[in-house]
Design a protein around this ligand. Sequence first.
Ligand SMILES: Cc1cc2nc3c(=O)[nH]c(=O)nc-3n(C[C@H](O)[C@H](O)[C@H](O)COP(=O)(O)O)c2cc1C
Length: 160
Amino acid sequence: MLVRLIYASTAKETVDIQEFKRILLQAQGNNQRRDLTGMLVFNSKVFLQALEGDRDKINDLYGRLMRDPRHHSLAILKFAEIEERHWANWSMGFAAPNADNRALFLKNSTQSVFNPYGMGANAVENLLMRLASSAIALTAPRTEVDARKEGGVFARFLKK
Ligand SMILES: Cc1cc2nc3c(=O)[nH]c(=O)nc-3n(C[C@H](O)[C@H](O)[C@H](O)COP(=O)(O)O)c2cc1C
């Protein structure tokens, strides 16, 4: 059965750009193998993640996520059976809330800042869908130049 899970969590202080990148690459590798797809939003403090796929596999992953010491205060915002995936092309896309998409936060919530804990299930889902258009796919950098370039992209996103 195909389901979608959306949850928010809070990053441990030790999660910097390098650690975040490890999380994203780990998610992409694992999810591809398990036919899981989704989207991850991160503003250097709070994570918002959507996961789609087989119910048993999503439940299994959520169990692992709850035991992952890199974040805490996990809160399920939505869990539902779905007919189709929103992010079929993303093993795990990444979108950063920043000045460019501030209007999106106002559109779907009462605040222009990123606070998924306070948002309703449908609002949070809409926000994730809209953010997907600004998502970037990160893969393991092939060269040092790529690595530096990606580091720059991250630094810019996370600063805003
Ligand atoms: C915010 C956050 C999001 C994560 N997303 C995923 C994910 O989508 N898929 C996944 O397999 N692991 C994800 N992880 C990592 C898991 O918590 C866990 O470390 C991993 O699945 C362990 O499996 P492995 O050791 O076989 O790689 C995430 C971790 C964090 C902190």
